[in-house]
Each structure stands twice: as structure tokens, then as C-alpha cells.
Design a protein around this ligand. Structure first.
Ligand code: KG4
Ligand code: ZN
Length: 374
């Protein structure tokens, strides 16, 4: 007898006499992902095919190559997810979910068309999911049974977004802060490129974190202090960090001329400043909730940049210092579920499937889509 999911009304539970199994597809940026997750919170398959080898030479995601790679990889990702789950798509899969937006239109279409064709051919219900809702709800899957309770604050830091949200329910989100220019993830990527770092298998942001963490020198060359953009305001801006590194590298003849110790000092100063910016806005967000008498006990940090271990440690100590009397429960999904994956898409669709909702097979993409408009 399967465990009864806690959020499933008894009438629906009787209807689904076993777990509800979702096959999900995600292709909003440069990872081709397929996963199978069931309503009892079991991840039965999680396939992520990275495209870093294709994009490294361009120093970022090159859209045409990303689309081509999704087209090549998607059938294998789906096949492997089904094999890993040991489920039969006809008999065992109950619903198909995909990322409807936001994201790169050509990339999203590959996943959407695969999902629509499978759903229509097999007469399965279909649901299109908001990518950032997927990131925001991952902790409600991975932190169980200590999952965050609504309302909670969620800081979503990825390659496309920097968002501080008040999550009021699994489909009601209020944006407390967003970026005025580029996202924190994109800034990590650009700074990594300016410093001439070789990508790790997890990409340029991870390369920058690893470069900062290498503990080989005793003396640290000094580098000019970083700016503090929008200080005191509940809004993000990262372009000044990126310009600061650009100016320094240009003045010193580019990464080939700047020695490794100086480059590492610059990388560390950047990472410290960028995380400080995120910390400051998180505290302003908590203060805002307090001023509105909204009681927050949980804070969730997710999205690719949340896999950064330095950032995790800093946020933990920042919250401990901010308020010694209130202990906020800070949760991070495991790093491989912070970066893009289809598990989060399956999970974000689950409450809708279980409420017998579905989208028409004619559903359209929403490459630009605010999370407040779910
Ligand atoms: O959520 P995600 O996988 O994709 C988007 O939705 O955009 O986030 C990708 C971003 C990239 O900018 C990547 O460089 C950054 O997350 N990232 C990191 C780390 N791992 C991935 N940034 C800093 N430190 C990391 N360890
Ligand atoms: Zn993402």
C-alpha cells in the first residue's frame, strides 16, 4: 500500500489507488532534462544532459547550438528516464509535464513539442509549468518531512533570474525584489570568462567558486574595493560588479597578463561582494515582511547559484547574526536539484494533476512570464 501523500484530499486519493507518476521534460536553457517523480515524493529518474562542451567556446549559451543539442538529446533523455524509473509509459505514467516558460523560445519548444506529442498520442493529461515555480517548490519535495511552511521567503538565483519572492501557496507568489539589469548567475558567468577560467563540468559559475576556494597562497594582492549598488533598496543590480572586473582586467591588459594571485584575489572579492548584495536584500525582505506582520519561519534558496557552498555558509551565518532570537529555517535543495532539472518540473505539476487539472494539447509557450501571473 503506497503512502498517502499528505496534501491529497481523500476523494482524490481513492481515485488514484496507487502513486500518481509524472514524466516531466525541461529544456528552457542549456540542459536537456527528463525525470519521473511520483506523488509519494519518490524521484524515480532524473536525467540531465549538459551542453557545456558545446557552449564553452562561445563563453555563454549560444541559442542555435542549444536548440540543436536539445533536438539531438531529448529522445535519449526521455528514454533513459523511463528506463531508470522502470515504468512503462503506456501503463504507468499518469501525466506529462513540461516547462512552458520563461526561457529561450527555441529551446522551450523542443521540450514542449515532445511533451505534447507524447501526451496526445498516449491520451495522458498535460501540464505546462513555470520554470521558477519549479525552483521555488523544490524544497517542498527535498526537505520533507521538514518542508517549508507557507508563507515562506524564497531567494531564486539562476542564470535568468534573481528574485526574492513571498510564497503564499504553491501557486501564489509575490515578487519582493528583482534585478534591474543582469542576473547574479549571468554575472558569475561573465566574471568567470573575464578571469579566463576553464569551465568545470558544472559550468563557469562553478569554475569561479572552485577557483576562489583553492587555498594555495599566503599573500593576497589587494584589488580595488567593489561598489555597493542600490544599497538600502529592495532591488538587485549586478552590472556594476561585472563592469568593475571588466575595467580592472582592461587596465591590466586582460587575463593573460594578470597573474593568477591577482586574478584569484579579484574573483574572491567579486564573490564576497555579490553574496553580500544578496544577503543585504534578503534582510531587507525579512524586515519588509515583519513590517507587514507577515510571519515567516522558512527561507528557501534555490536556482543554479544556490549550489555555491560559499554562499550557503554566508547566508547561514548572516541569518544567525541578523536575529539571535528568531531561528529561521533556511533550506537549500541538494546542489544537483538547484541547477536545472526536470524533477522540479514534475513536482511543481503534481498538485495540479492531483486536483484533476490539465492544460489543453494546444497550450502555447510563455517565454516571458512573470511568476506573479501563474
Ligand atoms: O538554475 P540554472 O541551472 O539555470 C537557469 O535557470 O538559468 O542556473 C544556472 C546559473 C548559471 O549562471 C551558472 O553559472 C550558475 O547558475 N551556477 C553557479 C554555480 N553553479 C551554477 N554560480 C555560482 N556558483 C556555483 N557553484
Ligand atoms: Zn533554472
Amino acid at each position: 500500500m503506497p503512502l498517502r501523500p499528505r496534501f491529497l484530499p481523500s476523494s482524490l486519493f481513492r481515485k488514484h489507488s496507487r502513486h500518481f507518476n509524472v514524466l516531466a521534460i525541461e529544456s528552457s536553457a542549456d540542459d536537456t532534462c527528463a525525470a519521473v517523480v511520483n506523488s509519494s515524493r519518490r524521484i524515480l529518474a532524473n536525467v540531465v544532459i549538459k551542453q557545456h562542451a558545446v557552449h564553452e567556446e562561445f563563453g555563454g549559451i549560444y541559442p542555435m547550438s542549444a536548440i540543436n543539442s536539445h533536438q539531438q538529446n531529448m529522445p535519449y533523455a526521455i528514454r533513459r528516464a523511463l528506463d531508470d524509473s522502470r515504468l512503462d509509459i503506456v501503463k504507468d505514467i499518469d501525466g506529462i509535464a513540461f516547462t512552458r516558460g520563461p526561457g529561450m523560445p527555441g529551446c522551450l519548444s523542443v521540450g514542449m513539442n515532445a511533451a505534447k506529442s507524447l501526451a496526445a498520442a498516449l491520451k495522458k493529461p498535460l501540464i505546462g509549468v513555470h520554470h521558477m515555480q519549479g525552483h521555488a517548490l523544490t524544497s517542498t519535495l527535498t526537505s520533507w518531512p521538514n518542508e517549508p511552511k507557507y508563507p515562506f521567503l524564497t531567494l531564486l538565483i539562476s542564470g535568468g533570474h534573481t528574485l526574492l519572492l513571498l510564497a503564499k501557496s504553491n501557486r501564489l507568489f509575490e515578487i519582493l525584489a528583482t534585478t534591474r539589469d543582469e542576473s547574479v548567475g549571468r554575472t558569475f558567468d561573465k566574471v568567470s570568462k573575464l578571469l579566463g577560467l576553464k569551465w568545470t563540468n558544472l559550468g563557469p559559475g562553478d569554475a569561479l567558486e572552485k577557483f576562489c576556494a583553492e587555498e594555495i597562497e599566503v599573500d593576497h594582492p589587494s584589488v580595488p574595493p567593489f561598489p555597493r549598488p542600490l544599497h538600502g533598496q529592495l532591488s538587485y543590480s549586478f552590472s556594476a560588479f561585472h563592469s568593475h572586473v571588466t575595467n580592472f582586467m582592461n587596465e591590466h591588459g586582460g587575463h593573460e597578463k594578470v597573474d593568477i594571485l591577482t586574478r584569484r584575489a579579484l574573483a574572491r572579492a567579486f564573490q564576497t561582494a555579490a553574496v553580500g548584495h544578496l544577503e543585504e536584500k534578503l534582510i531587507l525582505g525579512i524586515d519588509l515582511c515583519k513590517s507587514k506582520n507577515i510571519h515567516i519561519a522558512d527561507i528557501v534558496v534555490s536556482g543554479g547559484v544556490a549550489s555555491n557552498q560559499y554562499l550557503r555558509k554566508r547566508l547561514v551565518s548572516c541569518l544567525a547574526e541578523y536575529d539571535r532570537h528568531t531561528s529561521y529555517h533556511l533550506s537549500f535543495p541538494p546542489p544537483h536539484l538547484c541547477t536545472d532539472n526536470a524533477v522540479m518540473i514534475a513536482w511543481a505539476s503534481m498538485h495540479r494533476f492531483l486536483a484533476n487539472e490539465s492544460d489543453p494539447y494546444s497550450i502555447e509557450l510563455r517565454p516571458k512570464w512573470s511568476i506573479e501571473d501563474l
